[in-house]
Write a protein that binds this ligand. Structure first.
Ligand code: GLA
Length: 394
């Protein structure tokens, strides 16, 4: 299947009975090379936008209605600008959460039709929800000429996720979707939002996502709990070192003095974050030197920390990482994203790719009792209005 301006416009015109061409926006999903659960601790992340994206087509209405169509569910949702409310567990939250933020910020919007399509697998940890929020804010910004910067749009999309989807996430996913650059990773400082693009030289290598096809129902509450545990750790340190604002500022010595004596679990959570930030900073040096082997070792170390100390992995994710750990053709592997399911990210030598996929899919089915899906992804640009005739393949 291919998405392009013509096909998405045609669906839009058919679904809404419109004769006017809509604006079409593409906003991609993301991978994160290293730096997990560091974004909401004012730390560093290393994400990149991928070749799987959410697409929205938008057109103005003459009234104040909001009419949204989700192609994937073949479902309409209708409301009006003065009735924007969240409906728990419903896909409309990602669109309405953005509208709500724009209205709260004083933006004057009109009614609109919005068609949603895309090829980011849902629940696979590739940030389909952030991509939809970013596509929505990008589309509204273009349609109603709001003049928002990409950083402002990332912030709005993040607040939409907090308030309507109920996940107190950091800014990483939105930033990657909006700022992605072809064949580059983004080294983002989540405190200052300063960033640099680092070229990702994948000669002879492939980036492979192995999808557990698991999404634990408690993942968003566990995510919020991890964030609270980090904040608790910071509060204990702050009582002694007031200039500390986030885990980003905390040293291992501070943790040992002020957190370890109070609570071992919180100590381990905070320790992981501090180590992960350090891993990321040195991983950027590896990347700049083209030393993917060393970067890969850090990915395995990151997984150990996420599994043992931060405890956001699960049996299936650990299984997939353990299966490739001794394979010389896999330079690095780790769970990716919030955890409790989703995908592992693997850096794989091209020559072993086919064998690896054959053996791991059958092993997973045999040992975990379910099929394994996988995606070989490339690194692409961030959100954009799709011009006529531009093709994106999956
Ligand atoms: C999810 C969140 C991100 C980030 C990751 C973990 O993807 O949306 O903000 O915290 O988990 O690194």
């Amino acid at each position: 299947m291919k998405f392009n301006k013509a096909s998405i416009s045609a669906s839009y015109c058919e679904v809404f009975g419109s004769s006017e061409e809509p604006l079409v926006v593409r906003s991609p999903g993301r991978v994160n090379i290293i730096g997990e659960h560091t974004d909401y601790n004012d730390g560093f992340v290393l994400p990149a936008a991928i070749d799987k994206a959410m697409y929205v087509a938008i057109g103005k209405r003459d009234d104040d209605r909001i009419l949204v169509y989700a192609t994937q569910y073949a479902e309409f949702f209708e409301t009006s600008l003065d009735q924007v409310k969240k409906i728990d567990q419903h896909w409309s939250v990602y669109v309405l959460g953005v509208v709500d933020q724009l209205l709260k910020g004083g933006s004057v919007l009109g009614g609109f039709n919005l068609l949603i399509d895309g090829d980011i697998p849902i629940g696979a940890g590739l940030s389909s929800s952030a991509a939809l929020e970013c596509a929505t804010v990008f589309a509204l910004n273009s349609q109603f000429a709001k003049g928002l910067t990409r950083a402002e749009m990332a912030h709005i999309a993040m607040l939409a996720e907090h308030e309507f989807a109920g996940v107190k996430c950091g800014v990483m996913d939105m930033f990657a979707s909006l700022f992605g650059r072809h064949d580059h990773v983004i080294n983002l400082d989540c405190r200052s939002l300063l960033y640099e693009y680092i070229p990702l030289n994948m000669d002879g290598l492939k980036m492979v996502l192995l999808n557990t096809d698991i999404k634990h129902s408690h993942s968003s509450s566990e995510y919020n709990t991890r964030r609270q545990q980090c904040e608790q750790g910071v509060a204990w340190v702050q009582a002694h070192v007031p200039q500390v604002a986030a885990l980003r500022d905390v040293t291992h010595e501070m943790l040992c003095s002020y957190v370890l004596p109070k609570d071992n679990t919180i100590y381990r959570r905070c320790k992981y974050v501090i180590e992960e930030n350090n891993r990321l900073l040195t991983a950027c040096v590896d990347l700049k030197k083209g030393n993917i082997a060393e970067l890969g070792r850090k990915m395995y170390a990151s997984h150990r920390g996420l599994s043992n100390d931060y405890e956001v992995s699960c049996t299936e994710l650990d299984y997939l990482v353990n299966q490739v750990r001794t394979n010389k053709g896999v330079l690095g592997a780790r769970m990716m994203g919030g955890g409790f399911g989703g995908c592992t990210l693997n850096i794989v030598r091209e020559e072993v790719l086919e064998n690896l996929l054959d053996s791991i899919t059958s092993a997973y089915e045999r040992d975990m009792g379910k099929p394994l899906s996988y995606y070989v992804v490339s690194i692409e640009n961030g959100a954009e209005l799709i011009p006529d005739r531009k093709l994106f393949k999956i």
